[in-house]
Write a protein that binds this ligand. Structure first.
Ligand code: HPA
Length: 269
């Protein structure tokens, strides 16, 4: 895998002059942050050696290099999901590449279903922990050059970045929730009892992404900040019918708040 990572990084460096310090993964309906990136240099996934190709509706599949909040960034517009049929090494490959491009922090966003009864549709949830119900992306032989065999996960989400995000949110009059994200394979949304189960085991929200990328980032000791937009609720009495279109619509509505938080965080880092 190391060879493939190096090959991909070498290709990117022939095409792009920006040296990113921050990696950003944009979730469903959250691609609008891209408009804020200045001096863009873009690469289509389909042209990047060893990159899988994004298939899901609402994801366009580009790496966007540029400046956000005055910092050099690389943003993934469109991510790879396990439910699309990629294996976990493919799902997380771009995180390896971003690390080898030199990023020092990873910012991740997603859309999720809230299972905490205090949540409302459109809320932002800062992720402070996760429960992984997907196959672990580190299964198989370990490459010690990438990270340890048994990576620690008790500090998966960087406490200083969480504190900064809350300060930035309150400085800008944005209210945020905080909680634990349960990562599932999808592609089905949950039954009422499944939502209830995720609440009982300690979850605040459930979604089909993020956890694999966070595990791989932490394997390489990359600090992570992650934020979730609650696009639907799996709370008894509040359960709504959910569709991919609805998830995209609510995502689009909340993305300005999320973009503002990330941008101001970057300015202060
Ligand atoms: N469940 C799983 N994934 C999701 C949901 C949900 O309710 N909403 C957005 N992504």
């Amino acid at each position: 895998m190391l060879e493939k990572i190096k090959q991909t990084v070498a290709y990117i460096k022939t095409k792009v002059t920006i040296e990113p310090e921050f990696g950003i993964i944009l979730g469903t309906g959250l691609g609008g942050l891209v408009k804020e990136i200045k001096n863009q240099q873009c690469l289509e996934y389909k042209n990047i050696p060893n990159f899988p190709i994004s298939t899901v509706e609402g994801h366009s599949g580009r790496l966007i290099f540029g400046e956000l909040g005055g910092k050099p960034v690389v943003a993934m517009q469109g991510r790879f999901h396990f439910y699309e049929g990629y294996d976990m090494k493919q799902v997380t490959f771009p995180v390896r590449v971003m690390k080898f491009l030199g990023i020092k922090h990873l910012f991740v966003s997603n859309a999720s279903g809230g299972v905490n009864p205090d949540f409302e549709i459109g809320d932002l949830m800062i992720i402070n922990d996760h429960i992984n119900l997907l196959p672990n992306p580190l299964l198989g032989p370990n490459n010690n050059e990438l990270g340890p065999r048994f990576p620690d996960m008790h500090k998966a989400y960087d406490k200083e970045l969480i504190a900064l995000s809350k300060k930035v949110a309150s400085d800008n009059g944005i209210s945020v929730k905080e909680g634990c994200y349960v990562g599932t394979t999808g592609p089905t949304f949950e039954t009422p009892k499944e939502y209830q189960y995720f609440r009982i085991i300690g979850g605040d929200a459930v979604g089909m992404s993020t956890v694999p990328e966070v595990i791989v980032a932490r394997h390489m000791n990359l600090p992570v900040f992650a934020i979730s937009i609650i696009t639907d609720l799996g709370v008894p009495g509040k359960i709504v019918e959910v569709s991919h279109e609805e998830v995209q619509k609510v995502g689009n509505m909340a993305e300005q708040k999320m973009t503002l938080i990330m941008k101001h965080m970057l300015e202060q880092l």
